[in-house]
Write a protein that binds this ligand. Structure first.
Ligand SMILES: [Zn+2]
Length: 626
């Protein structure tokens, strides 16, 4: 997994500093391992937060830095088109970690930057063909495909950001292009250009092949494209980069052929991706940034970026990546004795650094191929709320450890019902309102508490809010026809108090919305029904063929009982059995008859509850006329 890097130390203070830093990281890595061993029971976001705090406490530079900036939890995304829900997983993860840090009493900020100065390198199916002419240009310099947005990049990015409130994501939104413009990257650009051999060595060490690129891409002064320029010389004195806008440099865009010399600073261009990733960390003072698996492959962008960050920019690489020194070979020759630290001891001849990129977050999708935005790519973050409420998606992500695959299929049997039921259970556990509370061990209870706290969108209510299971809400809304009708039914059946206001009303309405959405999109036929208004002549004819005398007799008996007595659910259920036994009717045949009369189906929701939901009087009428 980890790769070894051998760095010869010499007497330069910079390298000494690196060695010291590496040693500290090594000690820290050992301590962190201990934490890993001890706290697997901790909730994942809390565990990560603790690792982050430990790292900061043991790294003087970071310790000083957080006093001014806070703990910077950082993520970024190229707004190249509709953004996949998988990236949304990253946002929820970073947000949860920032919240977990704040819960541990430190000032933490989640910053999300739009990589809007990246080149447009691929048409997407939503774009009209005339957009092809923009291929190679930075996203922020391309017009928005939809009116009302400043540019292409802003349009796609805001599609997501506009949903953040619904998802409970608190992020400071930035533009990477603006950061270049304002000169924030100038120092790292200068450092990178002055250290091209080091960067080249890192690439070549990792990729085992020649690196002939330049760690900077200017924006062509003539055609405005950034994907087509090839820089080839850096004049360190004049601080100018020579470049050519190559007609055939890339196969997805055509350069104009312009040759020029340009200052690399203040937004005149950008780093290529891997160097940029490394440069962002010292520039934005990043302490934690994770990404999807594609960036964490062996020899991938994370492997390159953490080495550049450490060796070129001399900044502590952000978690979850770690660097540690595993080997120090003391060489006691007279010559090497000159290499000493301030305590006049030989420090080392060679140090071996181990870089561990850490764990990426895993694949996340909803609805598989059925829900794909374009061929096989899966659903877009901005569109997921069309099918599922954001709080349920957030809950799904928070309850799953980031390095587990989540491929949720709301069409798959009862998976969606179960997910809502689990959310409700987590909520009950949080409010100590779960009937099975005694069966939940302390560890599980704590986990569920944290899951609720970190997945709940908006302020957590002071008291246990009203809960209506999804399937029950869908029954009630179908019987009551709309929200107000449903609320009236629930009040009548004693499931709701007379006064429904504030947070309870909010929760109730949300669940009705969820239920309607579920019925419309995912529920199978067995959950859908229309309650008959009356038994008219046509229905009578139909029922005459379906029901036998015994069934009809039981229905008529029950019509009387429903008319005369106010029933509780369990008593009514038992009464059905009693009457069937008394009349020697197979209870299954009774249920079939009842559903046939009530909803013209062979099956339906649990009958006693259903009868009470519809209302005893109405059911009595229908049974009587059957
Ligand atoms: Zn050009």
């Amino acid at each position: 997994m980890a790769e070894k890097e051998r760095i010869r130390s010499d007497a330069s203070s910079e390298e000494k500093k690196q060695i010291d830093e590496a040693r500290k990281q090594a000690r820290l890595a050992k301590e962190l391992e201990k934490i890993d061993e001890e706290d697997t029971s901790m909730f994942w976001a809390d565990q990560t937060a603790r690792e982050i705090i430990e790292r900061v406490e043991n790294t003087p530079l970071l310790k000083k830095q957080v006093k001014q900036q806070g703990y910077i939890i950082y993520d970024e995304k190229t707004p190249s088109g509709k953004i996949h829900i998988g990236s949304g997983r990253g946002w929820v993860i970073h947000d949860a970690i920032a919240k977990a840090l704040r819960d541990q009493g430190v000032k933490a900020r989640f910053i999300l930057s739009s990589d809007d100065i990246d080149p447009f390198d691929k048409m997407n199916s939503d774009l009209p063909p005339e957009f092809e002419k923009y291929l190679g240009a930075p996203f922020r310099d391309i017009p928005s495909p939809v009116k009302g947005y400043e540019n292409f990049g802003q349009y796609y990015f805001l599609q997501c950001v506009e949903k953040f409130e619904e998802f409970g994501i608190q992020a400071e939104i930035e533009s990477t292009g603006d950061a270049y413009d304002s000169g924030l990257f100038n120092d790292t650009i200068r450092t990178a250009l002055n250290n091209i051999p080091k960067i080249k060595a890192i690439y070549e060490e990792i990729n085992k092949k020649d690196y002939n690129k330049f760690p900077f891409n200017p924006i062509c002064e003539k055609c405005g494209k950034i994907g087509t320029t090839k820089a080839y010389a850096w004049d360190a004195e004049k601080e100018l980069v020579k470049y050519k806008c190559e007609p055939t440099y890339v196969d997805w865009a055509t350069g104009c052929g312009h040759e020029g010399e340009i200052s690399p600073f203040d937004g005149n261009g950008k780093f290529p991706w891997k160097v940029e990733w490394a440069a962002k960390w010292p520039t934005k003072k990043v302490i934690y940034e994770v990404a999807g698996k594609d960036h964490f492959t062996k020899g991938g962008s994370r492997d390159v970026a953490i080495r550049i960050c450490d060796q070129v920019f001399n900044y502590p690489i952000p978690l979850p990546s770690k660097v540690s020194v595993v080997e120090e070979i003391n060489v006691k020759s007279e010559k090497d004795k000159k290499i000493t630290d301030n305590k006049s001891k030989i420090i080392s001849d060679i140090i071996t650094k181990i870089y561990e990129p850490g764990k990426a977050y895993e694949f996340f999708n909803i609805g598989g191929k059925k829900m794909s935005t374009s061929k096989g790519q899966g659903i877009a973050f901005s569109e997921v709320t069309d099918i599922l409420p954001a709080y349920i998606v957030r809950y799904l992500l928070i309850r799953s450890r980031p390095h587990t695959v989540v491929d949720f299929d709301p069409f798959n049997r009862n998976d969606l019902i179960l997910l809502f039921d689990r959310y409700d259970k987590t909520e009950r556990i949080y409010f100590n309102a779960d009937k099975e509370e005694e069966n939940i061990d302390e560890k599980e209870r704590k986990q569920q508490h944290r899951i609720y706290e970190l997945s709940h969108v908006g302020k957590i209510p002071d008291k246990f809010p009203i809960q209506i299971p999804l399937t029950y809400a869908s029954n009630v809304i179908q019987v009551g026809k709309d929200e107000e009708g449903a609320i009236a039914l629930l009040k009548k059946s004693g499931h709701l108090p007379d006064d429904i206001s504030g947070i309870n009303r909010h929760y109730l309405m949300q669940r009705f919305t969820d239920a309607k959405n579920w019925l419309e999109r995912f529920a199978t036929d067995e959950y859908k029904f229309i309650v008959r208004e009356e038994i008219n002549d046509d229905v009578k004819k139909q029922l005459a063929e379906q029901l036998n005398d015994k069934q009809r007799k039981v229905l008529h008996l029950l019509a009387k009982d429903l008319h005369n007595t106010r029933w509780a659910e369990l008593d009514l259920h038992n009464h059905f059995w009693k009457v069937c036994e008394q009349e020697q009717l197979d209870v299954k045949k009774f249920f079939a008859a009842a559903y046939s009369v009530l909803i013209n189906k062979a099956r339906g929701p649990k009958l006693a509850n259903f009868v009470l939901t519809i209302g005893q009087e109405k059911v009595a009428e229908l049974f009587k006329d059957a």
